[in-house]
Ligand binder design. Structure first.
Ligand SMILES: *Cc1c(COP(=O)(O)O)cnc(C)c1O
Length: 436
């Protein structure tokens, strides 16, 4: 049985009925842009420019050093952590916004290794997926070298089989950045614990994108990114969470003064603060934290409209629609689906593979197709593959806060045109840039 794919009119009707449709007004999206890259850099919230300006001129300019106290600068990492906590299933005072994802990973992986190996020094392995985000693998590689441990990289279907008495820590990204595949955090964590290993979860593509329940899943440590679905701005502070049973057990390795129990006592020796506060390192980037707060506000604006559950329902509807329209309207152009169809296994993005039907063993054309789309105002991105198992990918993120159903329809229509006219073959779309 075949059904006719939704029309533009159908999509406009869905937008009209969408309870989240007005949230788009919380953002400054340029005219004529359909932004499908919020999984890489979220959109500017409309409130951010004025808020940052106020922090610069009022709190810094007028308040000067007094603002550490009078403007609440000092505990901003904790305050934002408490705002973010309910979005990822963390409790109060369990999470701080600070540093970058890479740096936070170094801290938690180091602490997790200390805890896991305290009574089991024979556990010498960190297990992760080969297709995990490279910085995660590089940080783990460095820690493994430093401590004489082994980083074991496996394919997604091999993870559970790799859990044995040699594994100290299982380090995974909840939603894969390339494919958008989502793992069952509770089940995988339970399997790791049954094997005597701890878990470190990277929520870069989960926080603000899909419901996460760190405490319900009994997870051990988590980190995540502030500039993707949390709309905190380029290079926004990231976040770090440790389960309360672990938070105070070991020092994290970057034992700077902001993680000290009494930073302004200026003692020569280090005394770590209790709990997650010890995961801070040095003086915090207040301007960036102020921008991140505006990003978190955009997510909490959905609270009264059903919160993360409503965002998730719309996200799945948008990604379902995109998949259906691509399959119906772009057939015959060598596109394939890298993202799982099952809702329980899908994040908030759709990744398409491509093999050029005219030249199956030649360049995929995926990069140029994405460039041609960007020139038409449809912004997604490209991720290079490395052979048949990991082909080149066209990546499209769907942020239900500011993407509507008609946006999806127009995006697929542009993709259809770029493919059917061969517009992507123009030389200007085939030059590579530093950041893809
Ligand atoms: C985006 C992303 C990062 C980014 O790390 P930075 O330290 O901000 O550069 C790390 N891990 C994953 C899985 C990501 O998706």
């Amino acid at each position: 049985m075949t059904t006719t794919p939704p029309t533009l009119q159908d999509c406009l009707a869905l937008d009209a009925q969408d309870p989240l449709r007005d949230l788009k007004q919380l953002f400054q999206l340029p005219e004529g842009v359909i932004y499908l890259d919020g999984n890489s850099l979220g959109v500017l919230p409309a409130a951010t420019p004025a808020r940052v300006a106020q922090v610069v001129t009022g709190e810094w300019g007028d308040g000067l050093i007094r603002s550490w106290n009078s403007a609440g600068w000092f505990d901003l990492p904790q305050r934002l952590g408490n705002q973010l906590a309910p979005l990822v299933g963390a409790g109060p005072n369990q999470l701080v916004c600070t540093d970058s994802t890479s740096i936070n990973l170094y801290k938690v992986l180091s602490a997790a290794l200390n805890i896991a190996r305290e009574d089991a020094p024979q556990r010498k392995r960190i297990v992760s997926e080969r297709s995990n985000f490279p910085t995660d693998l590089y940080i783990a590689e460095s820690l493994a070298r430093e401590r004489g441990l082994e980083l074991v990289l496996v394919e997604p279907e091999e993870v559970l089989g790799a859990l044995d008495e040699q594994v100290a820590v299982l380090m995974l990204t909840h939603v894969n950045y390339r494919t958008g595949a989502m793992l069952d955090m509770a089940a995988v964590t339970a399997a790791a614990h049954a094997a005597g290993a701890l878990t470190v979860w990277d929520l870069a593509h989960s926080a603000g994108a899909v419901p996460v329940d760190l405490q319900g899943a009994e997870a051990d440590f988590a980190i995540g990114c502030g500039y993707k679905y949390l709309n905190g701005g380029p290079g926004a502070p990231a976040f770090v969470w440790a389960h309360p049973r672990h938070a105070s057990r070991f020092w994290q390795p970057l034992s700077g003064w902001w993680g000290h129990a009494a930073p302004f006592a200026f003692t020569p020796d280090y005394q770590p603060a209790e709990g997650i506060a010890r995961y801070l390192c040095g003086t915090q980037p207040i301007l960036s934290l102020a921008a991140l707060e505006c990003g978190l506000d955009t997510l909490h604006a959905a609270d009264a409209l059903g919160g993360m559950a409503a965002l998730r329902a719309k996200s799945l509807a948008l990604t379902d629609l995109f998949i259906e329209l691509v399959e119906a309207r772009c057939a015959g152009h060598g596109l394939g689906l890298a993202t799982p169809r099952a809702h329980a296994e899908r994040g908030s993005q759709v990744s398409l593979t491509r093999i050029n039907p005219a030249e199956p063993s030649g360049p995929s054309g995926a990069y140029a197709i994405v460039q041609a789309l960007i020139a038409r105002g449809v912004i997604g991105d490209f991720r290079r593959g490395d052979g048949a198992a990991h082909p080149d990918i066209l990546r499209f993120g769907f942020t239900p806060l500011y993407i509507g159903y008609a946006d999806v329809w127009h995006a697929v229509e542009q993709l259809r045109e770029v493919l059917s006219t061969g517009a992507w073959q123009a030389p200007e779309f085939n030059q590579t840039h530093a950041v893809t």
